[in-house]
Design a protein around this ligand. Structure first.
Ligand code: KIV
Length: 263
């Protein structure tokens, strides 16, 4: 089966079809999403919080991301897999190229994502020139939360102007799409209309060219955590907890393992 590539994403965008993306980190979930009409599987550095137990994305390393990206590639056959360059892994072009090459060569990913607008555009341009498909990411930048927090962006005129300029610079640098995270929906729509590559929104409204969510958020996998931008399509934390409880009870009362589980 032919894998989706960055050009296919652009083709879908030009056909006015919405781009469906999920952030996830392991082979079994990748396989399920791949069978469910998902165009892009991002191996986001959000894995720091969802899987590794950190309270931000900052501690996540290139080795963490690579291991998970390789798992997602192994678990999927069709979707475009994007590796998220973690904190401080693309501060210079040399670092960005070395780490992007690791995603493409060692994990088998089809491209990389990095956070930032015009400040990182020169690095994006060189990556693209060197054969790396790049997804941009503006709005809330979780890797910079120590500077800027997790504020929704685009509420003031100056922020709106900045977002539009950032998006245009990333487009000119050759990015094939741009994540808009936590952006006022009217501004996200303007950004989307101002550029000719797809915007992939998370907390940026319905006017984007596609959407991305963290799989754990839409599946209700993290107990007590329900971000406003994520619709909960299942409550797996509850389902899993009930299953674990039944398992525990069945062991305690001697009904597991039963005859059918015994050799
Ligand atoms: O790390 C991540 O999962 C992301 C998406 C939320 C866009 O950056």
């Amino acid at each position: 089966m032919k894998r989706v590539n960055a050009r296919d994403i652009l083709k879908k965008y030009r056909n006015d079809e919405k781009i469906v993306s999920l952030s996830l980190y392991d082979s079994w979930m990748a396989s399920l999403a791949d069978q469910s009409e998902t165009d892009i599987l991002l191996v986001g550095d959000s894995l720091g919080m969802t899987v590794l137990g950190y309270d931000s994305t900052v501690p996540v390393t290139m080795d963490d991301c690579l291991r998970h990206a390789a798992a997602v590639v192994r678990g999927s056959q069709k979707a475009l897999v994007i590796g998220d360059l973690p904190f401080a892994s693309y501060s210079t072009f040399e670092d960005a190229m070395k780490n992007s090459a690791r995603f493409l060569q060692e994990a088998g990913a089809g491209g990389v994502k990095l956070e930032g607008g015009k400040a990182v555009a020169p690095i994006v341009e060189k990556l693209v020139q060197n054969g790396v498909p790049v997804m941009g990411h503006i709005g809330i930048l979780p890797q910079s939360f120590k500077n800027d927090g997790y504020r929704v962006k685009g509420k003031s005129k100056s922020e709106a102007v900045q977002l539009i300029e950032d998006a245009k610079r990333l487009e000119a640098a050759g990015a094939f799409s741009i994540v808009l995270e936590g952006v006022a929906s009217d501004v996200a729509k303007i950004v989307t209309d101002e550029i000719s590559i797809p915007t992939i929104g998370i907390g940026a409204g319905v006017g984007c060219s596609g959407q991305i969510q963290v799989a754990h958020d839409i599946l209700g996998l993290i107990e007590g955590f329900q971000p406003k931008h994520a619709k909960q399509f299942a409550n797996l934390a509850e389902t899993i907890k009930n299953a674990f409880l039944s398992y525990s009870k069945d062991i305690s009362n001697g009904s597991f393992p039963g005859d059918e589980n015994t050799f």
